[in-house]
Design a protein around this ligand. Structure first.
Ligand code: HC1
Ligand code: SF4
Length: 624
């Protein structure tokens, strides 16, 4: 350990720690833009975190501490340096805060206010508007990739607002290992850029990790909250709102509550006050997904193990495409190969389609829970109301930017019909809507979800955590296969934030149909960079032969989605994760197949899991 003092206060930190880490330990705030606690690099390029150390100004994020070091973070010299950096950035930044989507939620805006940068610029007679911008503008505008890119269905780029901090590039290249964004230009002119001609021509998977790291509005989700507001104001349609599992543990943060605060009941009440007529829960559809995906897994296992397939769940009678189970444009009911991969994360599905098309037959044919909900609302619930699908406006609130792209996928549409989900707004956009319409979420009373699509199990909510889809599936598949409940509902080995997790489960000797004593081997990848490593290990024969693999494109799963509140709390993912597991533990029903509303839906409408109607409405194909 090394001891040093910061602003006269002593602190001890491990050798090799940076001044920034030591200051954080003392609760002393040092502004920084290029460094972020959830990113693995400290480039030290923004120069905002300069502090007095060892007789000079040094970047706190990139300077290791030494014994007896005395650091000052609050001297006039330091403040002058911060103001100078901010003034230069401000002079290069468009003055369109009033109409910017991140207005009021912008790190740069907060810093300019905090350090009174306008007054500093006036005192120094510095021009406030883009006077220093010639180098940047001429360099970027002549760049063939351009400053603006709205070609993606999920992500909007406006590099005019870029502060060149490079956090988006680190998120895309180092964390996600996607290399869609990169730094272009040299020295002072280096700036983030899309490395292909346009986002829609790139390998971008719409994960939004670049957007959630952007301190300003240079990269953000394609905003849809205005259209949702228009629909709410017009009152032409029946307004239905559905909410993803991970939003209820994060929307509070967006409105000033502590990370990990569970606000499910207040969130539902807030949606009512926004003007929605029916509030349903994507957790219900997560339970539905488990019924379909669990059944599909068992069918794949039986096929791989040479066992007879039960006729009730479709079987050969509905087979349309032989071996190409999840391939092409016909729905095939023939079980596909092992391992089966989850298909609920659109970032992962896009990765397979764009980079690993040979794995398409391995993707579960299940639609994501959100899209299952879309199909059930537009087909089943609309009919219950005596309405046609076009009379309903379905808004999905998601922690995810890729869900915007997913909603537009042609593979998810039935012929002659529009999108099942009309609009997808992120948790951040939902917060924006609440602020715009002055709905005070934190002080609202709790309200329950509506029925028939609002009841869910604890297994549904844990979809929001990495490993949660797998744990939920195991709770049901084990019981369906063996007739006995999973000995422990909590599958410890696949919990937590590790990038790759594995578990092996033996089916009991009492299991019927040749399943007795069989081992189920599963793996979980958290973040697309980690998924690539797992695939490489599988390809190289360094991993066991898995039966089922869960992949979530965002680190941590949906709790860390690209549409979640921006946060500089290094523990934010753990706090959201703990909140999700708490909801599960407090749920009266903890297994998807025990959800009475799910049982009713099959009895009243869908028939059997994996049956013909379930296949038509709840399963999909993939683009190759
Ligand atoms: Fe997710 Fe899912 S867990 S993908 O992260 O399978 O968005 O929360 O809604 O669809 O249920 C997101 C979350 C979400 C789906 C479910
Ligand atoms: Fe990279 Fe994801 Fe951003 Fe696309 S959305 S540019 S893949 S970080």
């Amino acid at each position: 350990m090394v001891s040093l003092s910061i602003n006269g206060r002593q602190v001890e930190v491990p050798e090799g720690s940076s001044i920034l880490t030591a200051a954080t330990q003392l609760g002393i705030h040092i502004p920084t833009l290029c460094t972020h606690p959830r990113l693995p690099t400290t480039p030290g390029t923004c120069r905002l975190c300069l502090v007095e150390a060892g007789g000079g100004l040094k970047p706190a994020c990139a300077t290791p501490v030494w014994k007896g070091l005395e650091v000052t973070t609050d001297s006039e010299r330091v403040k002058e340096s911060i103001r100078g950096v901010l003034a230069l950035l401000k002079a290069n930044h468009p003055a369109d805060c009033m109409t910017c989507d991140v207005n009021g939620r912008c790190e740069f805006q907060d810093l300019t206010l905090r350090y009174n940068v306008d007054s500093y610029m006036s005192k120094k007679s510095l021009p406030k508007l883009r006077q220093f911008s010639h180098e940047w503008d001429s360099e970027v505008q002549s760049d063939e990739h351009g400053l603006h890119d709205s070609s993606s269905a999920a992500i909007t780029i406006d590099f005019e607002k870029c502060l060149k901090c490079g956090r988006c590039v680190t998120a895309c290249d180092v964390v996600q290992e996607m290399n869609v964004l990169g730094m272009a230009g040299r020295s002072r002119e280096r700036h983030p850029s899309v490395l292909t001609e346009a986002m829609d021509m790139s390998k971008c998977i719409s994960c939004g990790q670049c957007a959630v790291m952007c301190p300003v509005g240079a990269i953000s989700e394609r905003a849809e909250w205005r259209e949702v507001q228009d629909e709410l104001d017009a009152k032409r349609k029946v307004m239905v709102c559905v909410t993803a599992p991970a939003v209820r543990v994060a929307i509070g943060e967006e409105l000033g509550l502590a990370a990990g605060t569970v606000t499910t009941g207040q969130m539902v009440e807030a949606q009512r006050r926004l003007g929605f007529d029916f509030i349903f829960d994507v957790n219900f559809a997560a339970d539905l997904t488990i019924m379909e995906e669990g059944t599909e897994l068992l069918r794949r296992l039986r096929k791989a193990w040479g066992l007879e397939l039960p006729a009730a769940s479709g079987g050969a009678a509905h087979s349309a495409g032989g071996e190409a189970a999840s391939h092409g444009h016909e729905h095939s009911h023939e079980p596909g190969p092992l391992p089966m991969f989850t298909s609920c994360c659109p970032g992962w599905v896009t990765t397979v389609e764009k980079s690993y098309p040979e794995l398409i037959p391995h993707l579960s044919t299940c639609k994501s829970p959100a899209q299952m909900m879309g199909a059930v609302v537009k087909r089943y619930f609309a009919a219950k109301l005596g309405k046609s699908p076009e009379d309903i406006c379905l808004v999905s609130v998601a922690p995810c930017t890729a869900k915007k792209y997913e909603a537009e996928r042609g593979e998810l549409r039935r012929e002659g019909e529009g999108q099942d989900i009309d609009y997808v707004i992120t948790t951040r956009e939902f917060g924006r809507l609440l602020r715009e319409r002055h709905v005070p979420l934190a002080s609202l009373p709790e309200s329950p979800f509506d029925n028939p699509l609002g009841e869910s199990s604890g297994a549904g909510v844990i979809f929001g955590n990495t490993g949660g889809v797998m744990e939920a599936a195991l709770r049901t598949a084990y019981e369906l296969a063996s007739g006995q409940p999973l000995p422990k509902l909590r599958v410890e080995a696949i919990r937590g934030l590790a990038g790759i997790k594995e578990a092996s489960l033996a089916l009991p000797d009492t299991a019927p149909h040749g399943l007795a004593g069989r081992q189920l081997r599963v793996a979980v990848a958290s973040g697309i960079g980690q998924a690539r490593h797992l695939l490489q290990r599988m390809h190289d024969g360094l991993a066991p032969r898995y039966d089922f693999v869960e992949v979530m494109a965002c680190p941590g799963g949906c709790i860390g989605g690209g549409g979640q509140p921006k946060s500089d709390d290094p523990l934010v993912l753990l706090k959201r994760m703990g909140a999700v597991y708490t909801i599960d533990e407090r749920s009266a029903i903890r297994k998807s197949h025990e959800n009475p509303s799910i049982q009713k839906l099959y009895k009243e409408f869908l028939g059997e899991p994996n049956g013909p109607l379930a296949h038509e409405l709840l399963h999909t194909t993939f683009a190759d």
